[in-house]
Write a protein that binds this ligand. Structure first.
Ligand SMILES: NC(=O)c1ccc[n+]([C@@H]2O[C@H](COP(=O)([O-])OP(=O)(O)OC[C@H]3O[C@@H](n4cnc5c(N)ncnc54)[C@H](OP(=O)(O)O)[C@@H]3O)[C@@H](O)[C@H]2O)c1
Length: 300
């Protein structure tokens, strides 16, 4: 298939592009700053703020995978919070308006969302039917998903993957968690009991390929590993794989709030998410076990 990835240059998009190419798909990227890349992928320009998009990206196009969005790990100033929301909502709407205008006969529209959709709970394991939370990231996910769902009006198969915490040495949460551990300053955050629904980057990329290639995949799926870990379990698994001791006491929640402001939401969130639905659809994880996943990341 000819597949256009918005935000294809990012952590998930790069790994996914390599898997798509290995499966024989032709990959294109939509980027704010198109240029050359190591994967020999044609890049096309768009600008979500001005609503401009290179329509050449849509010629003979068969599917879109929507990953673009301003990073949630940058400081949450009012301007950046607006960018987190607008880049996802307006970006998805720009794709919709373009597909509608050009009458692009897409076979599939697959969008990322995040497990941050769910409310916080230390006890509950969330399935795709559970109602959303009310914090900032949950509202972003709800609005992002609503925009993605509009593609169904065009009779285009639409799937949304609620992505968990992606484990990779190349970016995302893991290098940030591993750095203090490497320096001997690692410690669980707050109670350490908050659930972190991790997923290995290669498994996540394979889930997007599965959603693209499998016509039965429609609607929302949690894109997480089969066994979620708590913050304390993840921190200690990182320390074990890196062969470093965890000596310091837990970092109190109030210190995290002082340090990070409202953005502390990202490390205090507890969203245990079930992978049962995507497994039932035929997906098999390569990385089921946390220490197996971390060993593959750090020792291969
Ligand atoms: N990594 C995780 O743990 C995780 C967890 C849950 C959900 N997700 C979601 O999954 C998606 C992909 O994640 P990722 O880790 O690959 O993200 P990433 O590495 O930050 O890449 C996202 C891409 O989006 C584009 N982008 C950045 N700011 C933008 C803006 N203001 N407007 C439009 N495009 C912008 C960039 O591409 P260009 O510079 O080429 O334009 C960037 O490469 C993201 O939407 C993320 O929120 C990720």
């Amino acid at each position: 298939m000819i597949v256009l990835l918005s935000g294809g240059s990012g952590l998930v998009g790069t790994a996914l592009s390599a898997q798509l190419q290995a499966q024989g798909h032709e990959v294109r990227w939509l980027s704010r700053s198109p240029g050359k890349n190591d994967l020999d992928i044609q890049e096309y320009a768009w600008n979500v703020e001005s609503g401009k998009i290179d329509e050449a990206a849509f010629a003979d196009l068969e599917a879109i995978i929507n990953l673009a969005g301003a990073p949630i790990s940058d400081r949450w100033t009012p301007q950046h919070k607006s960018a987190i929301l607008r880049s996802r909502v307006d970006g998805t709407r720009l794709l919709f308006n373009t597909v509608q205008k050009l009458k692009t006969p897409l076979k599939a529209f697959i969008s990322a969302s995040a497990v941050g959709y769910y409310p916080n709970s230390f006890e509950q394991e969330f399935t795709e039917e559970d109602p959303p939370g009310s914090d900032f990231l949950s509202l972003v996910c709800q609005k992002w998903e609503q925009e993605a769902e509009n593609f169904q009006e065009l009779n285009i198969r639409t799937a949304i993957l609620r992505v968990g915490i992606v484990l990779s040495e190349k970016g995302g949460a893991l290098p940030k968690m591993a750095m203090p551990v490497k320096l001997g300053l690692g410690a669980p955050l707050a109670s350490g009991k908050q659930w972190m629904p991790w997923v290995h980057l290669q498994d996540l990329a394979a889930m997007f390929v599965h959603a693209l290639e499998n016509e039965k995949i429609k609607g929302v799926y949690n894109a997480v590993g089969p066994y979620n870990a708590t913050n304390a379990e993840l921190t200690s698994a990182i320390a074990k794989v890196l062969k470093r001791p965890l000596l310091l006491p837990k970092v109190p929640a109030f210190a995290l709030k002082l340090l990070l402001g409202e953005m502390a939401e990202t490390v205090l969130a507890s969203n245990k998410a079930s992978s049962a639905k995507i497994q039932k659809s035929g997906f098999r994880h390569e990385f089921q076990d946390l220490s197996q996943a971390l060993t593959a990341i750090y020792h291969n």
